[in-house]
Design a protein around this ligand. Sequence first.
Ligand code: LLP
Length: 382
Amino acid sequence: MISQYHIEKYKEYKTPFYHYDIELLEKTLEKVTAKASELGYVVHYALKANVNDTVLRTIQKFGLGADCVSGNEIKKALEHGFESSTIVFAGVGKTDEEIENALLNDIFCFNCESLQEIQVINQFAKKQNKTARIAIRINPNINAKTHHYITTGLEENKFGINMWEMENVLEQIKEAKHIELIGLHFHIGSQITDMKIFRSLCLRINEIQQWFNHRNINIKHINVGGGLGIDYTNPNKNPIPDFDNYFSQFQKFLTLFPNQQLHFELGRAIVAQCGNLISKVLYIKNGINTNFMIIDAGMTELLRPALYQASHKIENITNNSKETERYDVVGPICESSDCFAKALILPKTERGDLIAIRSAGAYGEVMANNYNLRNTIKSFVF
Ligand code: LLP
């Protein structure tokens, strides 16, 4: 919920900008950590979702680990107090420099996505006279049934290693003297709201665990990735995802061996609802069938609608006129895909009104760019 206090503050800043509601972030973190610690689960925050300084520090204070996908994310996590022993490093294209630095920093685990990557990590670990801890990212071939750009667990995806390659991979790991296999890693996609999908993942992991168990391979860590979705339609009704229900799927359906530790890499579920993109109405333009509401934020500030046909709740927060109108809400960028919503019914809007694009705390600011030589978007936390 955007409070009147927030709206008054918004009027002081130059639009467009992101606002992160720190109180909601803290409440979300209380929820996620309460249930995870009750069950003994380890949660790593996926930095890719949001790297605002205050947001990161707050998450770190609640004791989460870090999930990074680049050398710079590792650097950022370390700068914000995350212990290297909590950092997992994923990505299909880790560069030599990134691998060397991750080894220098003694991160907890490399989530490995190909055989060749494992061999390269082995070489660099040898050079530093160290043993690199790795998890094999396995492609469980589960359809996350989310947008195809954010579905990652299918065999034809570029991510992970398929089970039919596993014998060979294990042979190679045996040869690699500077590699210690400590975990299995999975991540099937993002914005998953159907708990049945996580249940299927659990059952598939149980089968995969049997496969390793039959070969007497002892795996200490199971990492199920992230993916828990949020309610983009009703952010006021569901500001905090149902972590209890999510974690209980794993408790009920995933069979862990004694002393095995379960890890999660949550991004969106932690930060999405605490962020709003605040924009100002520049013009109202009346078309033949449609009215265009032209705002000062565009796909450069929030790419999700243009890239994934994502829909975010849009509110006029400074005008509660009883009269309504139908609008296409569009940005100023010279691209037809620069559109946030079509045929949206809103209070009759005027030039200068403030518009909130809700649930924008994840994959919003981090994906912003300077196309059309736009200014880099700022963010505020209060
Ligand atoms: N772990 C791995 C290996 C991942 O690839 C991702 C996200 C996560 C964890 C965190 O997933 P989450 O809990 O946030 O679903 N830009 C897209 C989402 C891309 C997700 C990429 N991977 C969007 O705006 O919807």
